[in-house]
Design a protein around this ligand. Sequence first.
Ligand code: HEM
Length: 145
Amino acid sequence: MNIPLTLSVWIHITSAVLLVGGIFFFRVILLRHAARIGGLSDELRDALASRWLHVAGMLLIVLLVSGLYNFTQRNALWKASEAAVSPHAIFGVKFLLFLAVCALTALASVSRGPKFHGRRKMLMAVNTVLGLLIVFLSVLLGMSY
Ligand code: HEM
């Protein structure tokens, strides 16, 4: 058993669960419910966004580092794959979407104040969809070699 790879995949999947679950909770539970009870104060909303930037930023870095390590360990197997869609192609699309999630997370966190409340909600909704799409591509990736 390859213990470093097992640990790295575990760290990677745990970070993915926390990131996608966190975005989902923020957007679908917190922001939506807050709107129903009259909204959060601007101060609290900005404080939550700033905390989220730190946590999401750390999770994205862990995903990048563990993902690159997993990639080096899987590259040879991927090259030998005879699947209709090559694992490298799926990985490429996944990586582009990952960059989009990074950019939208940064944008959502700097969109402070009431003026940008709507924009932040929209960015987080898009990020929820992108996160779920990346998980789907990851499953395809796992099945393509
Ligand atoms: C939002 C970001 C990301 C999410 C939600 C995510 C999610 C996942 C999940 C759920 C798996 C497990 C799939 C399975 O075993 O069936 C996985 C595998 C993998 N991920 Fe990511 N990932 C993200 C970012 C990245 C990045 C940035 C990289 C590379 C730089 C990467 C590289 C990989 C590799 C190489 C595997 C395959 C591991 C293996 O088969 O052993 N991921 N990812």
